[in-house]
Write a protein of this length. Sequence first.
Length: 220
Amino acid sequence: MVALLGPQLAFPPAETANRDGLVAVGGDLSVRRLMLAYASGIFPWPIFDDDLMTWFSPDPRAILELERLHVSRSLTKVLRQGRFQVTIDQAFADVVSACASPAPDRPDTWITRALEAAYVELHRAGHAHSVEVWQEGLLVGGLYGVALAGLFAGESMFSRVTDASKVALVHLVERLRARDFQLLDIQQATPHMRRMGAHEISRPEYLRRLELALAAPRTF
């Protein structure tokens, strides 16, 4: 049975999710609730509207093993050419806004205005981070997500020119490797992410690995 959240700061166990992965409905998008959600193996994903938030813990869950990122020869060439400039946390709000905007391959977006504002607050609180990809001074790609101890939960990415989002992902993985992060959660394995090396694990396995990641203090 899906839980209805009230004002109390609590979530039911992720294992109580229904077959679609839905754990709970309701609640707010405060910094404290969002961080509790990630620590519980749960994330917000609105399927109705801003007035009723929905919280999920899917089974299976997609992750990207940090040591198994697949970088094609063509992408390796792009990285060596240095045609892009990459920064960290220099344009967080712009990255989220770009991820929320419709694109030719993504006419609809799950990132509502309420979610957009909530993640900007998470960033101001030091929990959410972005990777920006620039070309000739223009923001052409990027991604954002949430860091919690040894977990990085990737939320969304965008690309306005070929390979820009892939470049952002490569730089993210390199940063997480350098800081000895334990888990890169990507929630769902799209065909694009599968080509980069993503795969799925069961919810019990994800929660086990999450527990280990949360016990490993790291700084993004």
